[in-house]
Design a protein around this ligand. Structure first.
Ligand code: ASP
Length: 343
Protein backbone atom coordinates (compact mmCIF):
# COMPACT_ATOMS: atom_id res chain seq x y z
CA UNK A 1 0.00 0.00 0.00
CA UNK A 2 1.41 3.40 -0.93
CA UNK A 3 2.15 5.77 1.95
CA UNK A 4 1.48 3.01 4.40
CA UNK A 5 3.05 3.79 7.78
CA UNK A 6 5.67 1.25 8.72
CA UNK A 7 6.87 0.56 12.24
CA UNK A 8 9.55 -1.71 13.59
CA UNK A 9 8.73 -3.36 16.91
CA UNK A 10 11.89 -4.28 18.78
CA UNK A 11 11.43 -6.80 21.56
CA UNK A 12 14.26 -6.91 24.11
CA UNK A 13 12.53 -8.95 26.84
CA UNK A 14 10.92 -8.04 30.16
CA UNK A 15 7.56 -8.89 31.66
CA UNK A 16 5.47 -7.66 28.73
CA UNK A 17 6.46 -10.52 26.44
CA UNK A 18 5.66 -13.30 28.86
CA UNK A 19 2.92 -15.89 28.48
CA UNK A 20 1.97 -18.90 30.55
CA UNK A 21 3.41 -22.14 29.29
CA UNK A 22 0.29 -24.31 28.92
CA UNK A 23 2.27 -27.38 29.99
CA UNK A 24 4.15 -26.09 33.02
CA UNK A 25 2.01 -23.09 34.00
CA UNK A 26 5.12 -20.92 34.42
CA UNK A 27 5.82 -17.64 32.62
CA UNK A 28 8.15 -17.68 29.63
CA UNK A 29 8.93 -15.21 26.83
CA UNK A 30 6.64 -15.75 23.87
CA UNK A 31 7.76 -16.10 20.30
CA UNK A 32 6.90 -12.97 18.36
CA UNK A 33 5.92 -14.99 15.32
CA UNK A 34 2.73 -15.65 17.24
CA UNK A 35 2.12 -12.03 18.18
CA UNK A 36 -1.07 -11.74 16.14
CA UNK A 37 -2.56 -14.66 18.05
CA UNK A 38 -1.68 -13.03 21.34
CA UNK A 39 -2.96 -9.58 20.33
CA UNK A 40 -5.39 -9.99 17.42
CA UNK A 41 -6.19 -6.26 17.67
CA UNK A 42 -2.87 -5.56 15.95
CA UNK A 43 -4.42 -6.72 12.66
CA UNK A 44 -6.78 -3.76 12.82
CA UNK A 45 -3.95 -1.24 12.41
CA UNK A 46 -3.47 -0.21 8.82
CA UNK A 47 0.27 -0.04 9.35
CA UNK A 48 3.04 -2.34 8.27
CA UNK A 49 4.41 -3.86 11.46
CA UNK A 50 7.70 -5.73 11.40
CA UNK A 51 9.31 -7.41 14.39
CA UNK A 52 12.84 -7.80 15.62
CA UNK A 53 13.51 -9.87 18.73
CA UNK A 54 16.75 -9.83 20.70
CA UNK A 55 18.52 -13.09 21.44
CA UNK A 56 18.55 -13.82 24.23
CA UNK A 57 15.46 -12.04 25.53
CA UNK A 58 16.44 -10.56 28.86
CA UNK A 59 15.06 -9.24 32.10
CA UNK A 60 16.03 -5.58 31.94
CA UNK A 61 18.18 -5.95 35.07
CA UNK A 62 20.65 -7.59 32.68
CA UNK A 63 20.78 -4.56 30.38
CA UNK A 64 24.24 -3.20 29.63
CA UNK A 65 25.95 -0.56 27.47
CA UNK A 66 26.81 -3.36 25.00
CA UNK A 67 23.10 -4.12 24.60
CA UNK A 68 22.28 -0.39 24.25
CA UNK A 69 24.74 -0.35 21.35
CA UNK A 70 23.04 -3.40 19.78
CA UNK A 71 19.69 -1.65 20.11
CA UNK A 72 21.03 1.57 18.57
CA UNK A 73 22.46 -0.49 15.70
CA UNK A 74 19.09 -2.12 15.00
CA UNK A 75 17.52 1.34 14.80
CA UNK A 76 20.38 2.64 12.64
CA UNK A 77 20.13 -0.27 10.21
CA UNK A 78 16.38 0.11 9.84
CA UNK A 79 16.11 3.88 10.15
CA UNK A 80 15.38 4.63 6.52
CA UNK A 81 12.96 1.72 6.05
CA UNK A 82 10.58 2.57 8.90
CA UNK A 83 8.60 5.60 10.04
CA UNK A 84 8.96 4.83 13.72
CA UNK A 85 10.12 2.35 16.34
CA UNK A 86 8.47 0.75 19.37
CA UNK A 87 10.82 -0.86 21.88
CA UNK A 88 9.40 -3.46 24.25
CA UNK A 89 11.60 -3.48 27.33
CA UNK A 90 11.45 -4.49 30.98
CA UNK A 91 10.39 -1.59 33.15
CA UNK A 92 13.17 -1.93 35.75
CA UNK A 93 15.90 -0.26 33.70
CA UNK A 94 13.75 1.18 30.93
CA UNK A 95 14.59 4.74 32.00
CA UNK A 96 18.32 3.96 31.77
CA UNK A 97 18.12 2.37 28.32
CA UNK A 98 15.79 5.00 26.92
CA UNK A 99 17.95 7.83 28.34
CA UNK A 100 21.08 6.24 26.87
CA UNK A 101 19.42 5.89 23.46
CA UNK A 102 18.36 9.54 23.55
CA UNK A 103 22.04 10.54 23.73
CA UNK A 104 23.28 7.93 21.28
CA UNK A 105 20.78 8.87 18.55
CA UNK A 106 21.81 12.36 17.46
CA UNK A 107 19.50 14.12 14.97
CA UNK A 108 16.69 11.66 15.66
CA UNK A 109 13.75 12.72 13.54
CA UNK A 110 11.51 9.70 14.06
CA UNK A 111 9.70 8.36 17.14
CA UNK A 112 11.36 5.75 19.34
CA UNK A 113 8.70 4.78 21.89
CA UNK A 114 9.65 2.50 24.77
CA UNK A 115 6.96 0.57 26.56
CA UNK A 116 6.53 -2.50 28.72
CA UNK A 117 4.16 -3.65 31.42
CA UNK A 118 3.82 -4.68 35.02
CA UNK A 119 1.75 -7.76 34.14
CA UNK A 120 2.65 -10.09 31.25
CA UNK A 121 0.64 -10.02 28.02
CA UNK A 122 -0.39 -13.57 28.74
CA UNK A 123 -2.22 -12.55 31.92
CA UNK A 124 -5.89 -11.58 31.56
CA UNK A 125 -5.64 -8.31 33.47
CA UNK A 126 -2.43 -7.23 31.72
CA UNK A 127 -1.54 -3.59 31.27
CA UNK A 128 0.73 -4.66 28.39
CA UNK A 129 -1.97 -4.82 25.74
CA UNK A 130 -3.03 -1.19 26.17
CA UNK A 131 0.56 0.02 26.53
CA UNK A 132 1.64 -1.83 23.40
CA UNK A 133 -1.30 -0.77 21.23
CA UNK A 134 -1.06 2.88 22.26
CA UNK A 135 2.73 2.93 21.81
CA UNK A 136 2.13 1.80 18.21
CA UNK A 137 -0.40 4.56 17.69
CA UNK A 138 1.99 7.14 19.14
CA UNK A 139 4.90 5.95 17.01
CA UNK A 140 2.71 6.25 13.90
CA UNK A 141 1.34 9.73 14.63
CA UNK A 142 2.17 12.32 11.98
CA UNK A 143 1.19 15.81 11.04
CA UNK A 144 1.87 17.19 7.55
CA UNK A 145 3.80 14.00 6.81
CA UNK A 146 6.18 14.67 9.70
CA UNK A 147 6.28 12.48 12.83
CA UNK A 148 4.68 14.17 15.81
CA UNK A 149 7.19 12.67 18.24
CA UNK A 150 10.72 12.91 16.85
CA UNK A 151 12.36 11.85 20.10
CA UNK A 152 12.94 8.94 22.48
CA UNK A 153 9.91 8.56 24.77
CA UNK A 154 8.52 6.22 27.39
CA UNK A 155 4.82 5.38 27.23
CA UNK A 156 3.28 3.75 30.26
CA UNK A 157 -0.29 3.76 31.60
CA UNK A 158 -1.70 6.82 29.81
CA UNK A 159 1.42 8.95 30.10
CA UNK A 160 3.87 9.75 27.36
CA UNK A 161 7.10 11.04 28.87
CA UNK A 162 10.44 12.26 27.56
CA UNK A 163 12.80 9.32 28.11
CA UNK A 164 15.67 11.25 29.65
CA UNK A 165 13.36 12.97 32.15
CA UNK A 166 11.82 9.75 33.40
CA UNK A 167 12.39 7.43 36.34
CA UNK A 168 10.65 4.29 37.55
CA UNK A 169 9.09 5.07 40.89
CA UNK A 170 6.56 2.34 41.53
CA UNK A 171 7.30 -1.40 41.51
CA UNK A 172 3.65 -2.50 41.58
CA UNK A 173 1.36 0.17 40.24
CA UNK A 174 0.51 0.16 36.53
CA UNK A 175 1.42 3.84 36.62
CA UNK A 176 5.09 3.06 37.18
CA UNK A 177 6.97 6.04 35.75
CA UNK A 178 7.23 9.72 36.58
CA UNK A 179 8.85 12.73 34.98
CA UNK A 180 8.99 15.13 37.94
CA UNK A 181 10.91 17.93 36.22
CA UNK A 182 9.32 17.99 32.78
CA UNK A 183 5.69 17.97 31.64
CA UNK A 184 4.32 14.90 29.91
CA UNK A 185 4.50 14.96 26.12
CA UNK A 186 0.98 13.62 25.72
CA UNK A 187 -1.91 12.79 27.96
CA UNK A 188 -3.67 9.69 26.71
CA UNK A 189 -7.34 9.26 27.52
CA UNK A 190 -10.32 9.22 25.21
CA UNK A 191 -8.23 11.59 23.10
CA UNK A 192 -4.48 11.74 22.75
CA UNK A 193 -3.66 15.29 23.76
CA UNK A 194 -0.20 16.20 22.54
CA UNK A 195 1.62 18.80 24.56
CA UNK A 196 3.19 20.26 21.44
CA UNK A 197 5.24 23.05 23.06
CA UNK A 198 7.11 20.46 25.07
CA UNK A 199 7.95 18.04 22.26
CA UNK A 200 11.34 18.41 20.54
CA UNK A 201 11.22 19.80 17.00
CA UNK A 202 12.66 17.76 14.11
CA UNK A 203 15.89 19.18 12.63
CA UNK A 204 15.76 17.07 9.42
CA UNK A 205 19.49 16.33 9.66
CA UNK A 206 21.01 12.93 9.04
CA UNK A 207 20.88 10.49 11.95
CA UNK A 208 24.23 10.05 13.67
CA UNK A 209 24.56 7.06 15.97
CA UNK A 210 27.17 7.28 18.73
CA UNK A 211 28.38 3.84 19.71
CA UNK A 212 31.21 4.57 22.10
CA UNK A 213 30.09 4.56 25.70
CA UNK A 214 32.54 4.71 28.59
CA UNK A 215 31.25 3.20 31.81
CA UNK A 216 34.16 4.09 34.09
CA UNK A 217 31.59 5.76 36.29
CA UNK A 218 30.26 5.32 39.81
CA UNK A 219 27.35 6.67 41.82
CA UNK A 220 28.10 8.09 45.26
CA UNK A 221 24.93 8.44 47.31
CA UNK A 222 25.48 10.59 50.38
CA UNK A 223 23.87 9.89 53.75
CA UNK A 224 24.34 11.33 57.22
CA UNK A 225 27.14 9.28 58.77
CA UNK A 226 28.93 8.37 55.54
CA UNK A 227 32.56 7.54 56.38
CA UNK A 228 35.79 8.79 54.80
CA UNK A 229 36.57 5.15 53.94
CA UNK A 230 33.35 4.78 51.95
CA UNK A 231 33.89 8.01 50.01
CA UNK A 232 37.56 7.28 49.46
CA UNK A 233 36.76 3.73 48.36
CA UNK A 234 34.59 5.09 45.54
CA UNK A 235 36.76 8.03 44.51
CA UNK A 236 39.83 5.81 44.31
CA UNK A 237 38.35 3.08 42.08
CA UNK A 238 41.09 2.39 39.51
CA UNK A 239 40.35 3.92 36.11
CA UNK A 240 37.36 5.90 37.36
CA UNK A 241 36.57 8.94 35.20
CA UNK A 242 33.32 10.35 36.58
CA UNK A 243 31.13 10.16 39.66
CA UNK A 244 27.46 11.01 39.84
CA UNK A 245 27.10 12.31 43.39
CA UNK A 246 23.57 12.15 44.77
CA UNK A 247 23.31 14.94 47.31
CA UNK A 248 20.64 16.25 49.67
CA UNK A 249 17.89 18.70 48.67
CA UNK A 250 19.10 21.40 46.29
CA UNK A 251 22.60 19.91 46.01
CA UNK A 252 23.87 20.02 49.59
CA UNK A 253 26.51 17.86 51.25
CA UNK A 254 28.38 17.68 54.52
CA UNK A 255 30.86 20.52 55.06
CA UNK A 256 33.31 18.22 56.91
CA UNK A 257 36.86 19.11 55.90
CA UNK A 258 37.82 15.50 55.13
CA UNK A 259 34.94 15.24 52.65
CA UNK A 260 35.67 18.46 50.77
CA UNK A 261 39.38 17.64 50.70
CA UNK A 262 38.78 14.15 49.23
CA UNK A 263 36.54 15.59 46.53
CA UNK A 264 38.94 18.42 45.74
CA UNK A 265 41.89 16.05 45.38
CA UNK A 266 39.90 13.76 43.11
CA UNK A 267 38.84 16.68 40.88
CA UNK A 268 42.44 17.92 40.72
CA UNK A 269 43.44 14.42 39.61
CA UNK A 270 41.02 14.69 36.69
CA UNK A 271 37.83 13.07 38.01
CA UNK A 272 34.51 14.65 36.95
CA UNK A 273 32.02 14.88 39.83
CA UNK A 274 28.43 15.66 38.88
CA UNK A 275 26.01 16.82 41.55
CA UNK A 276 22.41 15.56 41.25
CA UNK A 277 19.78 15.63 43.95
CA UNK A 278 18.36 12.69 45.86
CA UNK A 279 15.00 14.48 45.56
CA UNK A 280 13.16 13.33 42.44
CA UNK A 281 11.76 16.82 41.83
CA UNK A 282 13.53 20.18 41.75
CA UNK A 283 17.06 21.18 40.85
CA UNK A 284 20.56 21.41 42.28
CA UNK A 285 21.52 25.01 43.00
CA UNK A 286 25.16 25.05 44.06
CA UNK A 287 25.82 28.11 46.21
CA UNK A 288 22.26 28.53 47.49
CA UNK A 289 23.35 27.20 50.87
CA UNK A 290 26.76 27.23 52.47
CA UNK A 291 26.66 23.43 52.30
CA UNK A 292 26.88 23.53 48.51
CA UNK A 293 29.03 26.63 48.04
CA UNK A 294 32.18 24.66 48.79
CA UNK A 295 31.26 22.09 46.15
CA UNK A 296 30.96 24.83 43.56
CA UNK A 297 34.31 26.33 44.59
CA UNK A 298 36.23 23.08 44.21
CA UNK A 299 34.80 22.38 40.75
CA UNK A 300 31.90 19.97 41.29
CA UNK A 301 29.69 20.13 38.17
CA UNK A 302 26.04 20.94 38.78
CA UNK A 303 23.64 18.42 37.27
CA UNK A 304 20.78 20.92 37.80
CA UNK A 305 17.48 19.02 37.41
CA UNK A 306 18.79 15.94 35.59
CA UNK A 307 17.63 12.52 36.69
CA UNK A 308 20.37 10.18 37.89
CA UNK A 309 19.60 7.97 34.86
CA UNK A 310 20.13 10.89 32.46
CA UNK A 311 23.27 12.12 34.24
CA UNK A 312 24.73 8.62 34.21
CA UNK A 313 24.06 7.89 30.55
CA UNK A 314 24.99 11.41 29.39
CA UNK A 315 28.28 10.95 31.21
CA UNK A 316 28.91 7.58 29.49
CA UNK A 317 28.15 9.20 26.15
CA UNK A 318 30.33 12.28 26.74
CA UNK A 319 33.24 10.25 28.12
CA UNK A 320 33.07 8.21 24.93
CA UNK A 321 33.61 11.41 22.92
CA UNK A 322 37.10 12.02 24.36
CA UNK A 323 36.43 15.67 25.11
CA UNK A 324 38.70 18.09 26.93
CA UNK A 325 37.69 18.54 30.61
CA UNK A 326 36.42 22.06 29.80
CA UNK A 327 34.25 20.82 26.93
CA UNK A 328 32.93 17.95 29.07
CA UNK A 329 31.88 20.40 31.80
CA UNK A 330 30.37 22.76 29.25
CA UNK A 331 28.25 20.10 27.49
CA UNK A 332 27.25 18.52 30.81
CA UNK A 333 25.46 21.79 31.56
CA UNK A 334 23.88 22.16 28.12
CA UNK A 335 20.58 20.67 27.12
CA UNK A 336 21.56 18.47 24.18
CA UNK A 337 18.43 16.24 24.04
CA UNK A 338 16.09 18.15 26.33
CA UNK A 339 17.44 16.40 29.42
CA UNK A 340 18.13 19.47 31.56
CA UNK A 341 16.33 22.75 32.21
CA UNK A 342 18.64 25.63 31.39
CA UNK A 343 17.46 29.11 32.24
N1 ASP B 1 12.06 -7.40 35.96
C1 ASP B 1 11.31 -7.00 34.79
C2 ASP B 1 12.27 -6.30 33.84
O1 ASP B 1 12.60 -5.18 34.06
C3 ASP B 1 10.18 -6.14 35.17
C4 ASP B 1 9.39 -5.62 33.99
O2 ASP B 1 9.48 -6.10 32.89
O3 ASP B 1 8.64 -4.68 34.16
O4 ASP B 1 12.68 -6.89 32.88
Amino acid sequence: MENEISLLIIYTGGTIGMIKDPKTGSLKPFNFHGVYEQIPELKRFHYRLDFHAFTPLIDSSDMSPERWIQLAEVIEKNYESFDGFVVLHGSDTMAHTASALSFMLENLNKPVIFTGSQLPLGVLRTDGRENFITAIELAAATEDNTPLLPEVCIYFENHLLRANRTMKYNAENFNAFVSPNYPELADVGVYIKYNRHHILKPNFKKLKVHKTLDNHIAILKLFPGITPEAVEGILHIPGLKAVIMETFGSGNATTETWFIRLLEQAIQNGLHIINVSQCPAGAVEQGKYDTSLQLKKIGVISGYDMTTEAALTKCMYLLGQNLTPEKFRYIMNLSIRGEITVH
